[in-house]
Design a protein around this ligand. Sequence first.
Ligand code: PFF
Length: 439
Amino acid sequence: MKQREQWTSKIGFVLAAAGSAIGLGAIWKFPYMAGTNGGSVFVLLFIICTLVIGLPVLLAEFVIGRRGKSDAVTSLKKLAPGRKWHWIGWMGLGSSFILLSFYSVVGGWILSYLARALFFKLETTDHSELFNSIIADPVEVLVGQAIFMVLTIWIVQSGIRGGIERASRLMMPLLFIFFILLAIRSLTLDGAMEGIRFLFVPDWSYLTSKTLLMALGQAFFSLSVGVTAMMTYASYLQKEEKLGQSAFNVSILNIVISLLAGIVIFPAVFALGQSPAEGPGLIFVVLPAIFNEIPFGGFFIIVFFILMLFATLTSSISMLEIVVSTGIRKKYDRRRRAAWMFGALIFIVGIPSALSFGVLANVEMPGGTIFDFADLLTSRIGLPIGALLISIFAGYVLSSAETDDELRMHPYLNKLWKFIVRFIAPIAIVIIFIASFLS
Ligand code: PFF
């Protein structure tokens, strides 16, 4: 029987965890959520939720994962034998399954844009119309989604070392540099300051429990927290890694990239007279317009979409990884078959989401379209509940001796973390969750 693999290097884990976190959440979802939830207040709440709740729960996942050293279900069983806590693992599997089913739809949109950019077919005066025609075309979206899933499966089936690690190391820094250059261009457009105001000067009328739940869901989504993905990644980790440092780095990096995405998008939105509340199409409408304003934009946009595709893949593989590792449990030689089988199933489940901007646009579900419903089920329900249970597990089921042994931070920091996962995080999640459904 095959052995479990380990990360080959320290940096491999940090990059892979950051790769899982940084993806469509920061680049696509953050701007459109900020745009539809009033901008600045959402941004502020997102940062607070990330630091006060997301980061400690992320650290809890790292602790549980490395201590358990297995897929999430087995780890939780090992750490709390004879009890029901391993259901967190099954729930995470369910959440990541649904997450990936609609995430791959957006991955498909990126492929569409990339293909068009390659053939210089992105030149249009009406980017909004172009986007709407792409996502309404059933053949185009399904082909895009299918290719995206095949890429994801292909990386996952080759095992963690060959696929994820090597790839993560290469492209993330490039993406970052690109974003900085784009931000500079966007900020120097006429009328750009309006966008900065929208992002950073609070309009308190948006301070509602719904915005708070959206911000919390966004923090979890973009940190990949609450679905045991990070638990699974940490299970491949050796003992020397400093978990607190890694969780901190991932969280800060994620905030920085989210804000950068906002600084790229919103100045351009206002300067070019577009609507911040465009919804899921926001970056697809705005980015090509910014590239139009850049010398050799037609070339750079190709590079950009390749990098974006990459950031998206490093996240999607972590979702499939949870499903596969939990699905095969200890039968490591079944990885390849499981990756294809689950990948195909996820594609099928995602078809209605893919079609919900065209053929199925009129189907009304809680939260909006079928696509919105899949997002609601995960970001606003599955992830917060998963995160709640994970923090309770780390706070109450694991002893302080166990968690301290994994954390090995300054004793005060250990205590602070324990206090947060015991009291602050669970209480905050429950209150935000209930309040948002009552309002
Ligand atoms: N954090 C990813 C993103 O922001 O794009 C999304 C994600 C990946 C969520 C993996 C959950 C997960 F398990």
